[in-house]
Design a protein around this ligand. Structure first.
Ligand code: PMP
Length: 438
């Protein structure tokens, strides 16, 4: 008998964010994707309501993006990006700079979200170094998540993800995010940091409007604006990590469009290629770039990855931007936002749903649990498998359930997911399995 893909996989592959245990059922082998759907080797289909780790914004195997990559493939697949350039990278950089609000003037390419963050942190630190200023401290939010490489891990909140490496991670000053009702505390903490550490604070990195992997925590633009203004007044470089929020997630193409104050650096990845190719980029203002202009070679930004600005990835990103420019793009963002808002009101009335929140195309809530809200909440696996059985792919962060669908998802498909959520809550409520205090 021939082995299944899952069986072959289990003998040779180590998967990300996957506990290794003898009981593990093994990964599901996907053989095809189309629109919001994934199809496994046994013919079962799954509605991908997390856009395959938040990357696939236009749906799977979109023929337009596929066509553009295929065309590029026959012309130029890869070229070293130091000393050389190519049209797909140039056009993409021009278009991104045109679309970004604020004063961005240069694009630096990398491979993924973590490397886009590494680049931003290193640029911010070397910006001061090149000017002979000793500022080496990074400021970041509690509950932040910026990636899995060492610098990005250091900027991220200390958690189960970072624990084995904590002794090696550089110290980061931490302030609370300005969550609803906590805005003045967050601002006061920033004021404290500035008062005591102004001379050493190099940069402030933040996820605008939504802290993603840290629990889908949402906050408003206004308190962030106040914080960015304070940073600007005190010469702290600001870095927006829009790896998750970029390309429509929060209802506008970029979350920073909702801000008055614009950051000095921005990190983009995930949705940038529509989920077709790995690509990251960091855009900076002329102020940052200027500090690297020098006849002194030690002022060079000595950073680069083998696949920097890969032409296929740039072609995919260009095609994805074409789709973002279609009228249907904004229409879909509005449609999904509206559907989420209506469903939120229904969800908020359920005794097991706490902290129901939505921003743009993201909807999140916490399942009430005696263990409290955490990534290791034991409800996680039960939630995950309940939905997988029904052919719905969600990946709860502990007891936090969230939806982040591709924008092609239809109203009917969204209703299927909403109904499944209500079904899950009702079933468990009636079984009385949950802790309730009302
Ligand atoms: N920043 C943020 C805000 C993210 O959500 C992520 C990934 N979840 C990253 C950085 C890291 O991106 P990648 O997984 O592509 O390295």
């Amino acid at each position: 008998m021939t082995e299944s893909l899952t069986q072959r996989d289990q003998k040779c592959i180590w998967h990300p964010y996957t506990p290794i245990s003898a009981q593990s059922a093994g990964p599901i082998a996907i053989v095809k994707g189309k629109g919001a759907w994934l199809y496994d080797e046994n013919g079962k289909k799954y509605l991908d309501v997390i856009s395959s780790w938040w990357v696939n914004i236009h749906g799977h195997a979109h023929p337009y993006i596929a066509g553009k990559i295929a065309a590029q493939l026959h012309t130029l697949e890869q070229v070293i990006f130091a000393g050389f350039t190519h049209e797909p990278a140039i056009t993409l950089a021009e278009r991104i700079l045109e679309l970004l609000p604020g004063e961005f003037s240069r694009v630096f390419f990398s491979d993924d979200g973590s490397t886009a963050v590494e680049v931003a942190l290193k640029m911010a630190l070397q910006y001061w170094y090149n000017q002979g200023v000793k500022k080496t401290r990074i400021l970041a939010f509690q509950h932040a998540y910026h990636g899995d490489t060492f610098g990005a891990m250091a900027a991220s909140s200390r958690s189960i993800f970072t624990r084995p490496f904590d002794p090696l991670l550089f110290e980061v000053r931490r302030i609370d995010p300005p969550l609803p009702g906590k805005e003045s505390d967050a601002l006061a903490q920033l004021e404290y940091e500035i008062k005591h550490h102004r001379d050493t604070l190099a940069a402030f990195i933040f996820e605008p409007l939504v802290l993603g992997a840290g629990g889908m925590l949402m906050y408003d633009a206004e308190p962030l604006d106040n914080m960015l203004l304070l940073c600007r007044q005190n010469d702290i470089v600001t870095i927006a990590d829009e790896v998750m929020t970029g390309f429509g997630r929060t209802g506008t193409l970029f979350a920073i469009q909702r801000l008055q104050q614009k950051p000095d650096l921005i990190c983009l990845s995930k949705g940038i290629t529509g989920g077709f190719m790995p690509l990251g980029l960091t855009a900076c203002s002329e102020k940052i770039f200027h500090a690297f202009r020098s006849s002194d070679k030690s002022h060079t930004f000595f950073h680069g990855h083998s696949y920097t600005a890969n032409p296929l990835a740039c072609a995919a990103a260009g095609a994805s931007l074409d789709l973002c420019a279609e009228p249907s793009f904004n229409k879909n963002l509005k449609r999904i936002s509206h559907k989420h808002s209506v469903f939120s009101a229904q969800l908020a009335r359920h005794p097991l749903a706490e902290h129901v929140r939505t921003t743009g195309t993201i909807l999140a809530f916490d399942l009430k649990s005696p263990e409290g809200t955490s990534y290791l909440n034991p409800m996680r696996d039960r939630i995950y498998y309940f939905f997988m059985e029904q052919g719905i792919l969600i990946r709860p962060l502990g007891n936090t359930i969230y939806l982040m669908p591709p924008y092609c998802i239809t109203d009917e498909e969204l209703d299927t997911v909403y109904n499944a959520i209500m079904g899950f809550l009702n079933e468990h409520f009636h079984r009385n399995e949950f802790y309730t205090d009302n």
